[in-house]
Design a protein around this ligand. Sequence first.
Ligand code: SAH
Ligand code: SF4
Ligand code: F3S
Length: 437
Amino acid sequence: MQSKHYFIYTFGCAMNEYDTERIAAALEAKGYIPSDKVDDSDFIILNTCSVREKPQVKILSYLGQIKLLKEKRPNMIVGITGCVAQQEGEKFLKNNKVVNFVMGTDAVTHIDDIIEKAINGERFADTQTDSSSFSISSFSRKEKIAANVTIMKGCNNYCSYCIVPYVRGREVSRTPEEIINEIKSLVDNGVKEVCLLGQNVNSYGRNLSEKIDFPDLLSLVNKVNGLERIRFVTSHPKDFSEKMIYAMAENEKVCRYLHLPLQSGSNAVLKAMNRKYTYEEYREKIIKAREVMPDIEFSSDFIVGFPNETDDDFNDTLNAVQEIGYDRIFAFNYSKRPGTKAFDMEDNVPANVKSERLNSLFALQDSLYDKRLPGMEGIKTEVLVTSINNDKEYPYYGLNMYNRKVAFSSNKNLTFGDTASVLIKNAKRNCMYGIEV
Ligand code: SAH
Ligand code: SF4
Ligand code: F3S
């Protein structure tokens, strides 16, 4: 019998990447082989994101291409999963004849049954949700050095612009036992670094019967033998506590890098966004973290062009970026999402103004960062090797404790998962280059 192939497109955040791994494991258990080409695949999944309009539109254009492929391969199975699937459900199935099934974000817990039903020719949408508890049974994972581990799902924060609470449901945490077991088994298979995932990891544990919070979880993960590094995303500033700062400082495996999304530097905009902190409160937390860990690096997300954002409001954002001094920023034009609170507000910042603001925000960040680059040259930094390539000058590549990309050369024959001490010779915006010393 000819072997069958699968192909998964993954959009959106690390949660989706993690779910893609779960779906891949289930397909492989059914005998499907991964393919790097969509054209010769028998089972295609689009794991979707609806956080902004753009990725959602992209999905429809991919579906158009898949429709043409399916005309040639009518037995091809096409599944839509992730956040658009959760949001649109049955409607998506009805409007897109090419789709065999729609699977919401919680339905991935019974992925085996879903694949079975699809193979048996059923057409269905499964968007049932379950916010009573959250458990993920173990699944086989590709060998790698750094792995994601979802520790909680959902979000209770209802930032006024954001669709996530509607497509990922209420906040529920996995038990620490389950998380630690997953990490131990990853480490047994060669993983050296984990990234703990949640929409707001700082509220980890609130629904669990045992008394545990995220700093406690960090201490437990820190004790896993053989694990070398711990990262986590995302932290909501309102819940980022002093206890968290000390947990980061005291657990030596935790990377000195914190993604703390500010979204806007204007208190009026933050209020309209329902973020529940002021810029001054945010800045206090940054100052405190730097007091305890002077070498810590920060990154942030920003939204520009939120309804009613004035030039002055936007200037507050520029000032915040200047004042905080981020290692990296991620910024997006505001995109109106159906069902959110802000959907009822007029999207009244013109598209060209949004784009101008976005460009000047990135330009400011680049200029600030460029000034720091010379100071990074000549320093020594520890790099975990995650990839090795044919580049003659810098064959080894990985991240350091501050989440910076480093490419380097070595006299030794290094392998994946080795840690090297690298002397930085040349620091560029997107990567630092050096030699192992
Ligand atoms: N839970 C995380 C982020 C989830 S979404 C947090 O609270 O930080 C990732 C980022 O997408 C957000 O931080 C925000 O900057 C951006 N985003 C979310 N909704 C958006 C929208 N409607 N328009 C533009 N950007 C949006
Ligand atoms: Fe969205 Fe806010 Fe929840 Fe983040 S904290 S997922 S931005 S609602
Ligand atoms: Fe997108 Fe869903 Fe993640 S909306 S950002 S894939 S939680």
